[in-house]
Design a protein around this ligand. Structure first.
Ligand code: SAM
Length: 531
């Protein structure tokens, strides 16, 4: 028989999908159902357990001091524990201080970080939190008084910061780390800021977007934005340069060609295409259609810096105020998810598209044949309208490349990671509409079309965000890019060597594969029945 008490430092936290018991002095947590928490409450005033009731789960709670054998657990009882920095922690060591990025989950589930400056004893203690040595050993060696050190640790292990965990065994020998050492308990306080016009995507583009760098570095980083500088993953080309090279494999870019870009973003694709063609002496006319006044200003600024020039049209790219058969090449990169994607009764989609004069082949309706078909579905109407417009404005033999995130076998769904309403593209329906319009076409993805390599190590999004916040606290802006270690060292200069915990990993193809490329060629002459 052993008598056990519930430690007063343990609390229960519950969210809709996840509940935990959390130990505020060790930072240790366990997923926990309400009835188990109710069972633990019975230990509040002490409860005797015989050996049978001492399951391995209860023994682990005892080992980690959720249940204790005395009424109270004085701070000194934790001295045998080993402090270890929370998973994925990134920090920066200055001469006698340390800057730590503390993870915070944002309003839309995205990761953000707060920054904490540690000085004096706190900086010394932090450096020693490797999980290899006990607090007793650390306090003995560093001469940090126990009570001061434990006070500092109590802040770091609290649910609000979760910077440090105290583990009962040193890390050496842990083969498969428990989830407490891989994830944080998802209860960090959220900063909720409602985005104006999040649901009205047109007004969002016209009014909410204020600054291109902020938009693409912090809110919606497109693949083209992350690879806007020459990058080893594209054999030292930028995304725009690689895009142009691939366009040219499909269609020659002749002197005097007219190129149209729908949705120009920051302007890096257009800048690179125009600069390449200018360098080799191929004069072209470049037009950008965009709905955001502030992004048009960003495009103009970038063009000015690189000595190139485009014609900018502020307007909705679903309807192009351009003459018939006036464009040689059109591209639209990661834009059409912003286009109109209304919800329509599934049984009425055919009539709805008929009313909007969108042609399609019979394959268009395959996704609705599923037995679990929904009564209402989202329809990528704006994207179909763009295809129709492209068929009209392209010259015979003209080429259009339209890219966006989406699938061939999934109906449009709302992207959850953005601050405005965007819907994925149903690419089998895009193919159906493009084919019915008379395009010769094929579907591929960013990875295959642009020829991304897979043998390059890139910074994780998590590490970049942490490094961004740390550099911001040091007064330096760190642009958002898919950094290799060498690129980050170039960007950070002497700061680079002070960073600890940055992670670089091999290429994950998924984000490149999910960005589909629809390559459409307008025939030299349109068959009579489609004309
Ligand atoms: C996600 S960004 C992509 C920008 C750029 N192509 C890239 O790859 O980074 C979408 C761009 O399309 C523009 N856009 C969104 N909706 C639009 C619409 N209905 N008509 C024209 N442009 C639109 C936005 O202002 C922005 O420039």
């Amino acid at each position: 028989m052993v008598k056990l008490y519930l430690n007063r430092s343990v609390s229960y936290k519950s969210k809709k999908t996840f509940s935990v018991i959390y130990h505020n002095l060790t930072g240790w947590y366990y997923p926990c159902k309400p009835d188990f928490w109710r069972y633990l409450q019975t230990f509040k005033g002490g409860r005797e357990l015989d050996e049978k009731a001492m399951t391995s789960a209860v023994a682990e709670l005892v080992r980690n001091k959720f249940l204790i054998e005395k009424k109270t657990c004085p701070p000194g009882d934790y001295l045998g524990f080993h402090p270890i920095r929370a998973p994925g922690t990134v920090y920066y060591e200055k001469d006698d201080s340390t800057v730590v990025a503390v993870e915070r989950k944002g309003a839309h589930g995205e990761i953000d970080f707060d920054v904490v400056l540690l000085e004096g004893a706190a900086a010394v203690l932090w450096k020693n939190c490797s999980g290899r040595r006990s607090l007793r050993e650390i306090f003995d060696e560093t001469l940090i008084p126990e009570c001061d050190g434990l006070k500092i640790l109590a802040v770091w292990t609290s649910l609000e910061s979760q910077m440090i965990r105290l583990i009962s065994q040193p890390v050496t020998g842990i083969k498969q780390p428990p989830q407490q050492l891989i994830y944080k308990a998802p209860f960090l306080p959220q900063k909720t800021a409602a985005t104006p016009h999040a649901e009205d995507v047109h007004r969002y583009h016209l009014e909410t977007i204020k600054d291109g760098t902020e938009q693409f570095d912090r809110i919606e980083s497109t693949v083209s934005h992350l690879y806007r500088r020459p990058h080893p993953i594209l054999d030292y080309q930028s995304y725009g340069q690689a895009f142009l090279a691939k366009l040219r494999e499909e269609k020659e870019v002749e002197s005097g060609s007219r190129i149209l870009e729908v949705g120009g973003g920051m302007g890096s694709i257009s800048t690179d295409i125009m600069a390449e063609l200018k360098k080799e002496g191929t004069p072209i006319e470049y037009t950008i259609y965009d709905l955001s006044p502030s992004l048009i200003r960003s495009q103009q600024k970038m063009h000015r810096q690189k000595g190139v020039q485009a014609c900018h049209i502020l307007g909705n790219g679903e309807f192009l105020a351009l003459k018939d058969e006036s464009i040689d090449i059109a591209l639209s990169n990661e834009v059409i998810a912003d286009f109109n994607t209304p919800e329509v009764k599934t049984s009425e989609v055919q009539d709805y598209l008929f009313d909007h004069e969108i042609p399609m082949t019979k394959e268009f309706f395959n996704p609705y044949k599923d037995e679990d078909a929904q009564e209402y579905v989202r329809v990528n109407l704006g994207a179909f309208q763009l295809l129709k417009e492209l068929m009209r404005v392209l010259k015979p033999g003209g080429l259009a490349v339209v890219t966006e995130f989406g699938y061939q076998d999934r109906l449009p769904f709302r992207a959850s990671h953005l601050d405005h309403a965007e819907y994925s593209i149903q690419f089998s329906q895009m193919i159906s509409v493009a084919a019915a319009l008379g395009f010769n076409l094929y579907l591929t993805d960013a990875f295959d079309f642009l020829g991304f390599r897979s043998d390059v190590n890139l910074i994780t999004a998590f590490s970049y965000q942490a490094a961004f916040r740390i550099m911001e606290s040091l007064g330096v802006y760190l642009p958002n890019m898919a950094y290799t270690p060498e690129m980050l060292e170039d960007e950070l200069g002497s700061y680079y060597n002070g960073f600890r915990g940055l992670q670089f990993v091999g290429v994950n193809k998924d984000p490149f594969k999910v960005v589909k490329f629809l390559v459409c060629q307008k025939p030299d002459s349109i068959p009579q029945d489609q004309a």
